[in-house]
Design a protein. Structure first.
Lengths: 437, 423
């Protein structure tokens, strides 16, 4: 395990640092890297619910696997188990009792993984890759909700092979979130639908998109009474919209903000705009985290409408993020998210290491020759050396201490002392040399 | 711009970020004003209130010009820079007053359109230069339907295609298809940047009436390597072809077709088929404006299924705009309002949902080619469904058509005659 300050490769990496002379920026925040991370891009992360003692992290990757780690309080991560699909895994979620994990994959199926027996059975079938999967626990029913690119939303009782209900979507499902009794689905063509889940799932309202470009990720937030009251929607245009379902004053309460853009202050030069790959809300404080293709993550306070913190830039896009059930741990995945499909040209013929050729972000466009990319793909699937394809999971400990240090957040200051665990962030401020975990 | 009174008194709080003009200092439109104080008091910046949103809504990319935002500062109190409080109310009003794009416009409306077009051009420039994901739909104003000509492909879909091609060892065709998509996007962006008359007209009708997005290279998802990348885009038969190749034509086809809808409610499915090019997605143009209350806010949404639309009111494409301010609109427009309209939706919601799109998608899938072709040809040929011959109109209706604006209450139920339309 790499503690703070050390960046030696471990786990999957064979060779040590980059062959080239560039600085190693894969973990600029000096957060804990998870051992045995997946071999290909990580599409989704999910922490275990509070009903399970301890913290378990599930990650689905484009290498067709789903991996589970136990995360101990010391920060140590222990790989526990793994399941395979026949296609890349796009979404994962836990059941409410923490005994089962549901995984959705491009092989058009969703599986239920029983952790105690380490068996996975198929519980859902679609006509196209399943993009989202969520567990719904209602007083009178519980089911799995799967959203797919076949424009349907299906609800499955895990015991039956026929869906309990099928709802049509206007377009392919791109992202969804569920906090009972509310569910939000964002589709292609800027579609946005809210469902209410009481008694049985039904469409509640279709909302005109507050964003002008493709929807990428969505997350529901709760109000002070712990009831879901709105959602945050991220697009590919570096913008997040905060939208309340029934606000007292829609024009004032709903807003959008820009994020994940380069040179924010220098407005004369054209900015680089990056997609928002994931949004997660802190379960206790209600602040939100966004991760983007620019390789940064940021924390925001939507009520005060301020940005709290932005990380340093990682060398790869951050493709997924997740808080654990009490908000002590923030996990983010650094891996390529296919965002750099650009014109061929500069990337073509650019010198790069053999193993990085696949990461030649053109994704095919800037590959030298198909043969070349084929070779490097094979190589990248085996433990990659530190190149663009290196994927890590990182930890940010004691995150809430960062909140406490922001004088604007007096409400959080009480928690500083409680979360005594040092994170690298706090460490920097206290200039402590050692790790006191 | 307005002169800043506070600056004249020597006490403007915003300095060079102030929106109003500081004569003698800087005139550049800078940041946002904060007419309201934050309860917490300290120097937080930057989110709008509802007023003054006019220019913001139209030129969203200019938001970046405003307050220096904490992007590069990680210290305390960085702030969100641009906020829009989602108020496009001004915008709606602007549209509400304007009629069909082909009639003469009052100066206000012209200004609106100009701003809109400028906004679009700016957005296109930003899109190109910023390196953001290119396979995305786009709408010039939030809450309005998408502009045609852009296909929505998520990175995961593209990547999956890559994986599929990889296994079939056919990487070159993947490269070709992506290249093709990029070219198409680039063409469309250039088209929008250099607005000539035809694209302008198409755009305006897009924005007002709503347009159906072509189902994108959704041929991506469903077809395999072999069939992939045939001319234009495969799959969904019609759609992408229309959107990409005939972008102008189809649009005006829509504008014209939409006027045909009121010809009879019974004909609405046919209309719906004509108007939409993609299965499942349809923007019945007039319905965009109408949305009867019981149909809920889905009506004002560009994806509403045609079956759910009730063309109870007359339907000239200019009408929804004017009705927008009328009572019909009110319950529908506030998507946040909740209230009765939503309640009404709640129950039929789940049922109608599954019921409607299915039959409609069948209609679309099958007839879309033929109808879309006929739509484009209808511009040329006078179709009875789309235009009424002059002699069939009553005197009053003729008068209405001939006047500059429709008067509420006297709006004709039949589409106008071809002669009166000047494209």
């Amino acid at each position: 395990m790499s503690l703070f300050g050390t960046t030696s490769g471990f786990g999957t990496s064979g060779t040590s640092m980059f062959g080239s002379a560039t600085t190693d920026n894969h973990n600029p925040m000096k957060d804990i890297e998870v051992t045995s991370s997946p071999d290909d891009s990580i599409g989704c992360l999910s922490f275990s619910p509070p009903t399970l003692p301890g913290n378990f992290l599930i990650a689905g990757s484009w290498a067709n696997d789903v991996r589970c780690w136990e995360v101990q309080d010391s920060g140590q991560t222990i790989p526990k188990a793994q399941q395979m699909h026949t296609g890349p895994v796009l979404d994962v979620c836990w059941s409410d009792d923490g005994s089962k994990v549901f995984t959705a994959s491009c092989d058009k199926t969703a599986k239920m993984w029983d952790l105690s027996s380490n068996q996975a059975i198929q519980i859902a079938q679609h006509d196209a890759p399943v993009k989202t999967i969520h567990w719904i626990k209602a007083p009178n029913y519980s089911c799995v909700m799967t959203g797919s690119w076949d424009k349907t939303l299906k609800f499955w009782d895990t015991r039956s092979s026929n869906p309990m209900m099928v709802l049509q979507l206007p377009e392919r499902c791109y992202c969804a979130d569920v906090i009972y009794p509310m569910a939000v689905v964002a589709t292609a063509e800027r579609g946005l639908i809210v469902y209410q889940l009481e008694n049985q799932p039904s469409e509640f309202r279709r909302i005109e998109s507050p964003l002008k470009h493709q929807h990428r990720c969505v997350a529901i937030f709760k109000d002070k009474q712990n009831k879901p009251t709105g959602f945050a929607l991220g697009s590919i245009e570096g913008r997040v919209a905060i939208h309340y379902i029934n606000p007292p004053n829609p024009a004032k309460d709903n807003f959008t903000f820009k994020c994940h853009r380069s040179n924010g202050t220098n407005t004369s030069a054209p900015q680089d705009i990056y997609a928002v790959n994931g949004i997660a809300f802190h379960p206790v404080h209600g602040t939100l985290a966004t991760v983007g293709s620019d390789g940064r993550f940021s924390f925001w306070d939507k009520d005060a409408r301020t940005k709290l913190k932005t990380s340093e830039q990682l060398d790869q896009p951050i493709s997924a993020c997740c808080f654990n059930h009490n908000g002590n741990i923030f996990a983010y995945a650094s891996s390529y998210d296919w965002s750099k499909v650009r014109t061929p040209g500069p990337a073509l013929g650019a010198p790069r290491q053999q193993s990085q050729a696949l990461g030649s972000e053109g994704l095919g466009l800037s590959c030298d020759s198909s043969q070349d990319s084929h070779v490097s793909l094979g190589r990248s699937l085996s433990p990659p050396c530190k190149g663009k394809l290196q994927d890590f999971l990182k930890w940010l400990w004691g995150f809430s201490t960062a909140f406490g240090q922001n004088p604007a957040h007096r409400k959080c200051s009480a928690s500083v002392s409680h979360y005594g665990l040092l994170c690298s962030w706090a460490q920097k401020h206290r200039q402590a040399g050692g790790c006191t975990l | 711009m307005a002169i800043c009174q506070f600056f004249l008194q020597g006490r403007c709080r915003f300095g060079d970020r102030c929106w109003n003009e500081h004569p003698g200092a800087r005139g550049a439109g800078g940041g946002r004003q904060q007419p309201q104080q934050q309860p917490s008091g300290n120097n937080r910046r930057g989110w709008n209130t509802t007023s003054q949103r006019y220019s913001n809504v139209i030129q969203p990319s200019s938001f970046s010009k405003s307050t220096p935002w904490g992007g590069s500062r990680d210290q305390e109190k960085p702030y969100f820079s641009s906020f829009d409080s989602g108020a496009s109310t001004n915008r709606k009003e602007g549209f509400g007053l304007s009629e069909n794009p082909f009639a003469s416009l009052s100066p206000d409306e012209q200004k609106d359109e100009k701003k809109l077009l400028e906004g679009i051009v700016k957005d296109m420039e930003v899109w190109e230069s910023s390196g953001q994901w290119m396979f995305s739909v786009y709408s010039p104003v939030k809450k309005k339907p998408n502009i045609s000509g852009f296909t929505d492909i998520s990175p995961e879909e593209l990547r999956l295609e890559y994986h599929n091609f990889l296994t079939s060892n056919n990487l070159q065709s993947y490269l070709n298809s992506v290249q093709h998509l990029i070219n198409q996007w680039r063409n469309r962006v250039n088209e929008l940047k250099s607005l000539n008359i035809s694209t302008k007209v198409a755009l305006l009708s897009d924005v007002k009436d709503g347009v159906n997005q072509a189902a994108p290279a959704f041929g991506f998802g469903s077809s395999q390597a072999a069939t992939f990348m045939s001319p234009g885009f495969p799959v969904n038969n019609s759609s992408s072809d229309n959107a990409q190749n005939f972008s102008f034509k189809t649009n005006s086809g829509f504008a014209a077709a939409s006027s045909g809808s009121p010809a009879g409610f019974g004909s609405s499915p046919a209309f719906g088929a004509a108007a939409s090019t993609s299965s499942g997605i349809s923007t019945s143009a007039p319905a965009f404006g109408f949305g009867k209350p019981e149909v809920t806010s889905a009506a004002s949404f560009s994806f509403k299924s045609p079956a759910a639309s009730s063309f109870g009111s007359p339907g000239f494409s200019g009408l929804p705009a004017s009705l927008a301010t009328g009572p019909v609109r009110a319950p529908v427009a506030p998507a946040f309002g909740g209230g009765s309209s939503v309640a009404g939706f709640g129950s039929p919601g789940s049922h109608s949902h599954t019921a409607f799109p299915k039959p409609s998608s069948d209609t679309f899938g099958n007839s879309s080619i033929s109808t879309s072709l006929s739509a484009s040809s209808s511009i040329i040929a006078t179709d009875n469904v789309l235009f009424t011959p002059r002699d069939k109109l009553t005197v009053e209706e003729l008068e209405q058509f001939q006047s500059k604006k429709f008067t509420l209450g006297k709006i004709p139920l039949k589409p106008p005659p071809l002669e009166l339309l000047n494209f």
